[in-house]
Design a protein. Structure first.
Ligand code: HEC
Length: 132
Protein backbone atom coordinates (compact mmCIF):
# COMPACT_ATOMS: atom_id res chain seq x y z
CA UNK A 1 0.00 0.00 0.00
CA UNK A 2 2.83 2.38 0.85
CA UNK A 3 4.48 1.49 -2.44
CA UNK A 4 1.29 2.22 -4.29
CA UNK A 5 0.88 5.57 -2.56
CA UNK A 6 4.49 6.41 -3.35
CA UNK A 7 4.00 5.44 -6.99
CA UNK A 8 0.87 7.56 -7.24
CA UNK A 9 2.45 10.59 -5.65
CA UNK A 10 5.45 10.15 -7.95
CA UNK A 11 3.17 10.07 -10.99
CA UNK A 12 1.32 13.13 -9.72
CA UNK A 13 4.64 14.97 -9.55
CA UNK A 14 5.55 14.24 -13.16
CA UNK A 15 3.52 16.93 -14.94
CA UNK A 16 4.77 19.56 -12.48
CA UNK A 17 8.39 18.53 -13.09
CA UNK A 18 7.80 18.67 -16.82
CA UNK A 19 6.30 22.15 -16.53
CA UNK A 20 9.35 23.31 -14.54
CA UNK A 21 11.64 21.80 -17.11
CA UNK A 22 9.84 23.53 -19.98
CA UNK A 23 9.95 26.87 -18.12
CA UNK A 24 13.70 26.42 -17.59
CA UNK A 25 14.11 25.47 -21.24
CA UNK A 26 12.18 28.55 -22.31
CA UNK A 27 14.52 30.79 -20.33
CA UNK A 28 17.56 29.20 -21.96
CA UNK A 29 15.97 29.16 -25.39
CA UNK A 30 15.17 32.86 -25.27
CA UNK A 31 18.73 33.60 -24.09
CA UNK A 32 20.64 31.35 -26.53
CA UNK A 33 18.47 30.25 -29.44
CA UNK A 34 15.80 32.80 -30.30
CA UNK A 35 18.38 35.12 -31.90
CA UNK A 36 18.55 32.69 -34.83
CA UNK A 37 15.52 30.41 -34.52
CA UNK A 38 13.00 33.07 -33.48
CA UNK A 39 10.84 33.11 -30.35
CA UNK A 40 8.45 30.45 -31.66
CA UNK A 41 11.11 28.41 -33.47
CA UNK A 42 10.04 29.31 -36.98
CA UNK A 43 13.46 30.55 -38.10
CA UNK A 44 12.75 34.25 -37.96
CA UNK A 45 15.19 35.49 -35.32
CA UNK A 46 17.08 38.76 -35.87
CA UNK A 47 20.33 36.94 -36.83
CA UNK A 48 18.63 34.57 -39.30
CA UNK A 49 19.38 36.74 -42.32
CA UNK A 50 23.15 36.59 -41.65
CA UNK A 51 23.33 32.79 -41.83
CA UNK A 52 24.30 30.89 -44.96
CA UNK A 53 22.17 27.85 -44.05
CA UNK A 54 18.40 28.15 -44.19
CA UNK A 55 17.05 27.77 -40.66
CA UNK A 56 14.86 24.74 -40.04
CA UNK A 57 11.41 25.45 -38.61
CA UNK A 58 11.73 23.98 -35.11
CA UNK A 59 7.95 23.92 -34.66
CA UNK A 60 7.56 21.37 -37.49
CA UNK A 61 9.99 18.70 -36.28
CA UNK A 62 7.24 16.34 -35.09
CA UNK A 63 5.21 16.76 -38.28
CA UNK A 64 8.26 16.09 -40.43
CA UNK A 65 8.87 12.93 -38.41
CA UNK A 66 5.49 11.29 -38.95
CA UNK A 67 3.86 13.06 -35.99
CA UNK A 68 6.37 11.94 -33.38
CA UNK A 69 8.74 14.47 -31.87
CA UNK A 70 12.32 13.15 -32.47
CA UNK A 71 13.44 13.88 -28.91
CA UNK A 72 16.86 12.23 -28.91
CA UNK A 73 17.80 13.50 -32.32
CA UNK A 74 17.01 17.01 -31.13
CA UNK A 75 18.90 16.43 -27.87
CA UNK A 76 22.03 15.23 -29.70
CA UNK A 77 21.78 17.99 -32.31
CA UNK A 78 21.69 20.67 -29.62
CA UNK A 79 24.57 18.96 -27.77
CA UNK A 80 26.58 19.06 -31.02
CA UNK A 81 29.68 17.20 -29.85
CA UNK A 82 28.84 13.95 -31.63
CA UNK A 83 28.42 15.33 -35.11
CA UNK A 84 31.37 14.49 -37.32
CA UNK A 85 33.15 17.60 -38.61
CA UNK A 86 33.06 17.77 -42.37
CA UNK A 87 29.97 15.56 -42.54
CA UNK A 88 27.87 18.23 -41.01
CA UNK A 89 29.03 21.75 -41.78
CA UNK A 90 27.30 23.28 -38.91
CA UNK A 91 26.61 26.95 -38.35
CA UNK A 92 24.96 26.41 -35.02
CA UNK A 93 27.28 26.59 -32.00
CA UNK A 94 28.24 23.35 -30.21
CA UNK A 95 26.13 24.06 -27.15
CA UNK A 96 27.39 21.29 -24.88
CA UNK A 97 30.93 22.61 -25.21
CA UNK A 98 29.85 26.18 -24.46
CA UNK A 99 27.71 25.12 -21.49
CA UNK A 100 30.44 22.83 -20.13
CA UNK A 101 32.84 25.78 -20.16
CA UNK A 102 30.37 27.54 -17.83
CA UNK A 103 29.33 24.57 -15.64
CA UNK A 104 32.53 22.49 -15.25
CA UNK A 105 34.61 25.15 -13.46
CA UNK A 106 31.82 25.47 -10.86
CA UNK A 107 30.82 21.80 -10.54
CA UNK A 108 33.81 19.74 -11.72
CA UNK A 109 33.90 17.57 -14.82
CA UNK A 110 31.18 15.09 -13.76
CA UNK A 111 28.92 17.62 -12.11
CA UNK A 112 29.41 19.89 -15.09
CA UNK A 113 28.43 17.12 -17.48
CA UNK A 114 25.29 16.42 -15.41
CA UNK A 115 24.34 20.11 -15.43
CA UNK A 116 24.86 20.26 -19.20
CA UNK A 117 22.58 17.22 -19.57
CA UNK A 118 19.88 19.03 -17.59
CA UNK A 119 20.19 22.09 -19.79
CA UNK A 120 19.92 19.98 -22.94
CA UNK A 121 16.86 18.13 -21.60
CA UNK A 122 15.20 21.44 -20.71
CA UNK A 123 15.92 22.80 -24.20
CA UNK A 124 14.68 19.64 -25.96
CA UNK A 125 11.51 19.69 -23.81
CA UNK A 126 10.96 23.33 -24.68
CA UNK A 127 11.46 22.72 -28.42
CA UNK A 128 8.96 19.84 -28.08
CA UNK A 129 6.46 22.28 -26.55
CA UNK A 130 6.74 24.48 -29.66
CA UNK A 131 5.36 21.79 -32.00
CA UNK A 132 2.22 22.65 -33.96
C1 HEC B 1 23.89 31.19 -34.78
C2 HEC B 1 22.53 30.81 -35.04
C3 HEC B 1 21.92 29.67 -34.22
C4 HEC B 1 21.73 29.66 -32.88
C5 HEC B 1 22.09 30.73 -31.86
C6 HEC B 1 21.09 28.38 -32.59
N1 HEC B 1 20.90 27.67 -33.74
FE1 HEC B 1 19.97 25.86 -33.94
N2 HEC B 1 20.42 25.82 -35.88
C7 HEC B 1 21.03 26.84 -36.59
C8 HEC B 1 21.21 26.44 -37.97
C9 HEC B 1 21.83 27.28 -39.07
C10 HEC B 1 20.70 25.13 -38.08
C11 HEC B 1 20.69 24.23 -39.32
C12 HEC B 1 21.86 23.29 -39.27
C13 HEC B 1 23.17 24.05 -39.33
O1 HEC B 1 23.53 24.60 -40.38
O2 HEC B 1 23.83 24.16 -38.30
C14 HEC B 1 20.20 24.78 -36.74
C15 HEC B 1 19.62 23.57 -36.42
C16 HEC B 1 19.01 23.29 -35.22
C17 HEC B 1 18.28 22.06 -34.93
C18 HEC B 1 18.07 20.89 -35.88
C19 HEC B 1 16.69 20.97 -36.49
C20 HEC B 1 16.42 19.84 -37.47
O3 HEC B 1 16.02 20.15 -38.58
O4 HEC B 1 16.61 18.69 -37.09
C21 HEC B 1 17.83 22.16 -33.65
C22 HEC B 1 17.01 21.13 -32.87
C23 HEC B 1 18.31 23.43 -33.12
N3 HEC B 1 19.01 24.10 -34.11
C24 HEC B 1 18.09 23.89 -31.85
C25 HEC B 1 18.71 25.00 -31.30
C26 HEC B 1 18.68 25.35 -29.90
C27 HEC B 1 17.90 24.59 -28.83
C28 HEC B 1 19.46 26.46 -29.75
C29 HEC B 1 19.82 27.19 -28.46
C30 HEC B 1 20.50 26.41 -27.44
C31 HEC B 1 19.94 26.84 -31.06
N4 HEC B 1 19.48 25.93 -31.98
C32 HEC B 1 20.71 27.97 -31.33
C33 HEC B 1 21.42 28.06 -36.09
C34 HEC B 1 21.40 28.42 -34.75
Amino acid sequence: MRMLAAAISFLAMLPAAAADEIAEGEKQYLASCAVCHGETGRGDGPAAADLAAPLPDLSLLARLNGGEFPYWKVFITIDGRYLIPGHDQREMPVWARDYLAIDAPKLGPRGGEAAVGERLHALAAYVESLQR
